[in-house]
Write a protein of this length. Structure first.
Length: 142
């Protein structure tokens, strides 16, 4: 979704030079939808474990992904999640240490690349910003 938004050209106005009241471009809403879909992907990698370290990681990750979703300090939150998820992914899913004929290898490999897809989406947000439907954009208008 985020890649589609970036490649979509802006539509030309029917009335050239006439100002509009709002910035209700479909591109802005597509970026918002991409951020929401990224949350759904992130929720699939949360571990439901009662270990205190996992609870802290889940709470921090949830706070950061909510900040990305509402568009508040979006680039900083997304970049922090990229760093955090990259480190956790290498530590938690070392599929390269397991023999390829064991089922655990496939499970860890799946989790590794699923987390990498979330990291890729977050990198798009770091590069593109939050878009027009976000608190960061709303703060610029004040």
């Amino acid at each position: 979704m985020l890649l589609l938004v970036e490649s979509k050209p802006d539509a030309k106005s029917l009335f050239a030079g006439v100002p509009t009241l709002g910035d209700n471009k479909p591109k802005n809403y597509m970026q918002f939808a991409g951020r929401i879909l990224l949350i759904v992907m992130f929720l699939t990698i949360i571990r439901m474990d009662l270990h205190p370290i996992h609870i802290c990681i889940n709470v921090l990750g949830t706070i950061l992904i909510v900040l990305v979703a509402i568009g508040y300090k979006t680039k900083l939150s997304a970049f922090t999640l990229v760093i955090m998820l990259s480190i956790l992914n290498i530590v938690a899913n070392p599929f390269w240490t397991i023999d390829s004929d064991k089922p655990l290898h496939d499970f860890l490999k799946y989790d590794f690349f699923q987390t990498m897809s979330v990291i890729g989406g977050l990198l798009f947000i770091v590069a593109l910003g939050p878009g027009g439907v976000s608190l960061d954009e709303h703060k610029k208008r004040w």
